[in-house]
Write a protein that binds this ligand. Structure first.
Ligand code: ZN
Length: 433
């Protein structure tokens, strides 16, 4: 028999509005582009930004605006006198762009009502969602599941987060008697290409702390991310016409291939690690015999281990390139973001408030480190403590991406609870203002 989906009266009441918004937002192509010339990297993000500003103004958030870099901000004032609300200003953040890793144009969402269990077959490209390989899907019988048509991503990452915030804010705005502090809303562009926090104005945002709504499974609360480094390895060979190459040609491509082949694969690779293990991941190889380049990302939760992985990569590259004195190595190490734990630990009340809100919604908090980064990784480092909350979306960055309507509505309901929790900051040890 189908198991009844998680539901609460509040989530149930919010679900229809949430689904309507979600379907509207995912149809706009907001895929970001790695080769960024300006912010945002693509015009579709501005189109969604303009729509969100119009909807926020309609909900009476009079200062809603889209700035020249594609960031949407708005303020929901504290509840009215009847709500007896006070408390510090709290931020809610989601990103508007979708991943460049799967097709993002022409998204046609399909709602599979009351999922009976089993394989979901999508109409295009024979895309299948098989609960045998998707353990979370197996737990969602009875839910309304939203998918793409099989040939695009869905965009629940992070339009589920955008829709959850918009639904919660519209609900709070329409019910000023509900207790809440002033809330600041921020929708960011280009998160998927690592630029979401770049032009975020923390001072102007003016919040004590914030929450990204950009996680996945129901109940997730994440205050740990990878620490992240990118390494760009350039190998200079000696390019000679192959007909005259005898004893002269030094092929940079061969050296690059040897470096990749020498790196550990049974350990320290994303395909062979999980949980708290870090990795070295070469993700792009380009070049000619004269010059080859390897782009790799290096990840770990621990700074010292991360430094060790970078040293291993550097040592491997150096040893192989130095084996031919005519070849030359250049190595650039770029810091991307740092584990947010070090910034959240001194402010434990930020995560504590979210934990109380999730429980108030009848959900058990799921604490797991993120094998990746969020806008919150860099925002926390920049001075705005920002842990991450669940959205109800799954299988991100792929044509199999799906989301549960009930779980997305639970995210919206959790935001409403979080607003109430923040009107009594003394309960969880927060400084009041
Ligand atoms: Zn995301």
């Amino acid at each position: 028999m189908a198991q009844a989906p998680y539901t609460s009266p509040l989530a149930g009441a919010l679900a229809p509005d949430l689904l309507e918004r979600f379907e509207r937002y995912v149809r706009i192509d907001t895929q970001s582009r790695r080769e960024r010339e300006r912010s945002p990297s693509t015009p579709g993000q501005l189109e969604l930004g303009r729509l969100l500003v119009a909807e926020l103004r309609q909900a009476n958030l009079a200062d809603a605006e889209l700035d020249e870099h594609g960031y949407v901000t708005a303020t929901l004032p504290a509840g009215d006198e009847a709500s007896n609300a006070s408390g510090p200003v709290v931020g809610l953040i989601a990103h508007m762009d979708t991943s460049p890793d799967a097709p993002g144009a022409g998204v046609q969402p399909i709602v599979h009502r009351s999922y009976p269990g089993g394989v979901i077959e999508l109409p295009r490209l024979n895309t299948r969602l098989d609960p045998a390989t998707m353990p979370e899907l197996a737990t969602k019988t009875g839910h309304d599941i939203v998918t793409s048509s099989g040939d695009t991503l869905l965009g629940a990452d992070d339009k589920a987060g955008v829709a959850a915030i918009m639904t919660a804010v519209a609900h709070l705005a329409a019910n000023p008697e509900l207790p809440r502090p002033a809330l600041r809303i921020g929708f960011t562009p280009d998160e998927e290409i690592g630029e979401g926090a770049t032009l975020f104005e923390i001072e102007r945002f003016g919040a004590l702390c914030a929450y990204t709504i950009d996680g996945s499974e129901l109940g997730e609360l994440q205050d740990e991310t990878f620490s992240a480094v990118e390494v760009i390895i350039s190998i200079h060979g000696v390019d000679v016409h192959p007909g005259q190459g005898t004893g002269k040609l030094v092929n940079a491509l061969r050296l690059a291939a040897r470096i990749i082949a020498t790196l550990p694969a049974e350990t320290l690779a994303p395909e062979t690690t999980s949980g708290r293990e870090g990795f070295i991941h070469p993700y792009e190889l380009s070049g000619t015999p004269g010059l080859a380049q390897i782009h790799a990302i290096v990840r770990d939760f621990d700074e010292q281990l991360l430094a060790g992985h970078v040293a291993l990569l550097e040592h491997t590259a150096r040893e192989i390139v130095d084996s031919d004195p005519r070849a030359r190595l250049e190595l650039e190490v770029r810091r991307q973001y740092r584990n947010m734990r070090s910034y959240l630990e001194p402010n434990p009340y930020v995560t504590a408030a979210a934990e109380i809100a999730i429980r108030a919604e009848g959900i058990e908090p799921l604490r797991s480190p993120i094998r990746g980064g969020t806008d919150g990784s860099r925002l926390s480092e920049m001075g705005l403590p920002t842990p991450n909350l669940f959205t109800g979306g799954h299988e991100y960055h792929s044509v199999r991406e799906w989301a549960s309507v009930q779980d997305m509505a639970a995210a919206a309901a959790t935001i409403v609870r979080l607003a109430e929790v923040w009107t009594r900051p003394e309960r969880f040890g927060s400084p009041a203002k």
